[in-house]
Design a protein around this ligand. Structure first.
Ligand code: ARG
Ligand code: ZN
Length: 878
């Protein structure tokens, strides 16, 4: 059985809906196997649509049990219904009411799209097109309606009943059942619909908006877990205050509810007034959550809340505009986190994510523009490109027009598009109107896939006291297209620090490269400077410039831009690793002069600054990941060589820094009795402590192993415990197995903590990992139907263990292919997401490449694949 190549939906084919739906009344009677939904839709022809068109409603896996039009049962000849469509052949030419009764089985819904049950809790996920799995509908974001939802359920099974908007009525419904009616006054597309029914505990707090509107904020979690919801609840309030201050946006309903569920395909979902979350991004306690978990909870709570304006009040006309809400909302959550934490540290984290996830996507077969022009399965386009690169475009826009004009443009965008389904053009139009600038050149960022390369040459003329920088941009595949508009924040750094030199092309520290080639000249430069380019990572590009380690290390020591200070250390480390990867001979034990100079620079930096900014110091000590190195090399990649080279450099750094690391490890250890706080400063101390521990172990496995074992036993936080375990996991032997065992026993009843344990084992860069992962698939806590478990064990293996996933014998590829095939049978979205791990196969050296093609070829020829998986597979093999 071959899998059909799926049909493409194209942006250029967009046309408005022929019908509109003004109001939706839903009557949902929850039942584990037979939930009955009665949808009453107030329809009318769309003046912008075709007047004689049939009414064509989307469905997916639906059973129609009854259909009436304006109160009369519809003659079967007047319509046709299948599981995936309901067509009324000749609908009235004036407003009419359609009443549709469907039945669905929430328990059998393993796709986790539409209405399903997660640990006995009824919940929904409708983005992108899950609403059509509940009732027949015009399931497209430009059809916006006012919803009233009556939910009825067994009072014992589902004492809590939640919907969008405000609660208007609730009470008993006889025979042990009860009901609640929710009304959402804000028109919305179907993808923002949600309901929840279940046994849940609640924590709440009041909030008053800047407009004086009182709102009750609440977080709902599994019974017994409400003590882990406080941080999320607090993050909601902080997000609301921040959006008022930073963007003038206030909340607009009486309640804001967040519900944590344990089976969820993604992070969270911004349903109007009823955000539904993967519980991983809600639940936190010092004993179960790491600092990274706290930061992620804060960020995702903010992200979903910010969607209330960027996504809900102003939504997307069609799914090609996904970046309009996602890129913008990521930008907004990044700004929020930067304000809550350290801006410099946060920016480095954002760029690391972008480079680790988006750059490889952009360089491989799954590359696509931030605004794609065609898709077979929209759920496969919730990508790093749409989200993270989309956010970078918004950031560049701000640096081009300045913060004040940016804010004014945002205000205008919200005002002009409130209650509308908008496009990227509408977004840019607001800024053009505000600044009088034509942004059509800038808009090319939305259309071009690939990471642009900016190559730079510098020329110092001592006699003329000038410094010239020559820029050239190029983008593979777009050689004949007009150039991009690239804001490059830059400055010059001398031996003693930044040089104040004049250049009229650089305003506010930013040079705008909007031609294929350009050059700028600084005057009054009294010494040979080192240019600090792309400060703050002002554009999502790669910079190519020949420069010496000494120049880079000058930036580490002297630049004022934290990002470029970090980048300088990364670039030196990258060069050293890449060079060692290419060397045919095994790397010498002696570090060599280059590595010694690097280590010395690190030592000087640590002595001067580690104690004053531990979070930043921890980042400087972190080497580029194996994936980063592979991306840098770009072709004929041998993951084993990269692993060895990186390990060697880590050992040399650890040995070179020596006792300094022990002092740091000790200095960053809190005295006993210090209360845990997840704030950024405390987290920074833990980050540096654990970076030191890891380097100590890299230098000396025995001593590092002992130190890690002690820390593991005595740890007061999950961050320290897990970091110790992760250091131990890199050292084969009994101590490791004992610690892993102890951790597994201690957290046997904590699935979210066991996910860390699954992930950590999946990352071990050793031959034995393949059988370890296979065995863990049989662990009682593992469930192939739970996305968090699957991502922790299998996702981590495929995405974060390059030597074992891409084993030369192909066993890693086969393990994943087998698992993906199984998962595709229950949850295609999850399967498709895992399959993207093969997206970098073309970068591998030929032996591994052959293994990948064989595995993918077998996978394809077996057939019977979901549309989600077939789409990714087809593009991966293209
Ligand atoms: N809109 C959600 C968010 O905030 C994600 C939804 C993802 N949906 C999907 N079908 N993949 O980011
Ligand atoms: Zn989002």
């Amino acid at each position: 059985m071959r899998t059909e190549s799926p049909t493409l939906i194209r942006l250029e084919d967009y046309r408005p809906s022929d019908h509109l739906i003004d109001t939706v009344e839903l009557d949902v009677r929850l039942h584990p196997r037979e939930t009955r939904i009665v949808a009453t839709l107030a329809l009318r022809p769309n003046p912008d649509g075709r007047s004689d068109a049939p009414l064509l409603l989307d469905g997916d896996d639906l059973t129609l049990t009854r259909l009436s039009l304006d109160g009369e049962i519809l003659d079967p000849a007047a319509y046709s219904a299948t599981a995936s469509a309901l067509t009324v052949h000749e609908p009235p030419r004036q407003p009419f009411t359609l009443t549709i009764e469907t039945r669905v089985d929430p328990t059998a819904n393993t796709k986790l799209m539409g209405l399903y049950r997660s640990s006995g809790v009824y919940c929904t996920q409708c983005e992108a097109d899950g609403f059509r799995r509940i009732t027949y509908f015009l399931d497209r974001p430009d059809v916006m309606s006012v919803y009233t939802t009556r939910i009825e359920a067994d009072a014992d099974e589902a004492p809590v009943l939640l919907g969008n908007g405000n609660l208007t009525e609730a009470g008993p419904a006889g025979q042990g059942r009860h009901y609640a009616i929710w009304h959402d006054p804000h028109p919305k597309p179907a993808y923002l619909f949600a309901l929840v029914g279940g046994r849940l505990d609640r924590v709440s707090r009041p909030f008053t908006t800047m407009e004086g509107r009182p709102a009750s904020l609440a977080v709902y979690v599994e019974p017994g877990k409400s003590d882990r919801a406080a941080y999320a609840l607090d993050a909601i309030a902080r997000s609301m205050t921040w959006d008022e201050e930073a963007f003038g946006r206030a909340y607009d309903l009486d309640v804001f509810n967040v519900v944590a569920v344990s089976d969820f395909n993604m992070g969270a979902m911004e349903n109007k007034g009823l955000n539904i979350f993967n519980d991983k991004y809600v639940l936190a306690s010092p004993d179960t959550a790491t600092d990274a978990d706290y930061a992620a909870i804060e960020r995702i709570i903010a992200h979903e809340y910010f969607h209330n304006w960027s996504g809900n009040r102003v939504t997307c006309r069609d799914w090609f505009q996904l970046c309009l809400k996602e890129g913008l909302t990521v930008f907004r959550d990044q700004e929020f986190s930067s304000d809550m934490r350290s801006r410099a540290v946060h920016r480095i984290g954002e760029v690391r994510t972008l480079r680790a996830r988006q750059f490889p996507e952009d360089a491989g077969p799954l590359a696509h523009p931030v605004r794609p022009r065609a898709y077979a399965e929209i759920n496969n386009f919730y990508t790093a490109t749409v989200y993270e690169k989309g956010a970078e475009i918004v950031r560049m826009l701000r640096s081009l027009i300045g913060a004040a004009a940016f804010r004014a443009g945002m205000d205008r965008y919200f005002a002009d598009n409130d209650g509308r389904a908008a496009t990227v053009e509408d977004f840019l139009a607001a800024f053009s109107a505000e600044t009088g600038r034509d942004l059509s050149d800038f808009a090319r960022w939305y259309e071009r896939p690939g990471t642009p390369v900016v190559s730079v040459e510098g020329d110092y003329d001592a006699a003329a006291r000038t410094y010239c920088l020559r820029f050239r941009q190029r983008l593979a595949g777009a050689e004949d297209s007009p150039p991009l508009v690239i804001p490059i924040a830059l400055g010059l750094v001398g031996e003693g620090g930044p040089i104040a030199a004049a250049c009229e092309r650089v305003g506010e520290g930013v040079f705008v490269l909007d031609r294929a080639c350009d050059e700028i000249v600084f005057s009054g430069v009294d010494e040979r400077p080192v240019p600090s380019l792309l400060r703050g990572f002002s554009a999502p590009v790669r910079i190519e410039m020949a420069s010496s380690d000494a120049d880079r290390l000058r930036l580490l020591a002297r630049d004022t831009d934290s990002f470029n200070r970090w980048q300088a250390a990364q670039s030196v480390a990258m060069r050293l690793i890449v060079e060692r990867t290419r060397a045919d001979a095994p790397p010498a034990e002696d570090a060599g002069p280059d590595a010694r100079a690097f280590v010395e620079a690190l030592a000087t930096f640590l002595d001067a600054e580690a104690l004053s900014d531990p979070a930043f110091a921890a980042l400087v000590l972190g080497l580029p990941s194996e994936g980063d190195v592979a991306n840098e090399i770009g072709g004929d990649v041998d993951p084993d060589a990269i692993h060895r080279a990186r390990r060697t450099l880590r050992r040399q750094i650890g040995q070179g820094l020596g006792r300094r690391l022990d002092s740091l490890h000790a200095a960053m250890t809190d005295a006993t009795g210090v209360a845990f706080s997840p704030d950024a400063a405390s987290a920074g101390r833990r980050a540096l402590r654990n970076a030191a521990l890891d380097l100590i172990a890299a230098a000396d496995e025995v001593r590092g192993g002992e130190l890690a074992a002690t820390q593991f036993a005595e740890a007061a936080t999950m961050t320290d415990r897990l970091a110790a375990l992760s250091t131990l996991a890199a050292i084969p032997g009994e101590a490791r197995e004992a610690a892993l065992h102890a951790f597994g026993v201690r957290y046997a009843d904590e699935p979210l903590v066991l996910d860390k344990w699954f992930a950590l084992q999946a990352m071990i860069p050793e031959d034995g990992t393949i059988s370890r992962v296979a065995a863990l698939q049989g662990h009682p806590a593992f469930a192939i139907t739970n996305p968090n478990r699957v991502r922790a064990l299998l996702g981590t293996f495929a995405m974060a263990n390059p030597t074992q996933f891409a084993r030369p014998d192909g066993a890693g590829f086969r393990l994943m292919a087998d698992a993906i095939r199984t998962i595709d049978g229950t949850n295609p979205q999850l399967a498709a997401r895992l399959l993207t791990a093969f997206g970098s196969w073309k970068m591998l050296e030929s032996g591994r490449r052959t293994q990948a093609t064989v595995t993918l070829g077998e996978f394809a020829s077996a057939g019977g694949l979901s549309r989600d998986v077939a789409d990714i597979l087809g593009r991966t093999l293209e």
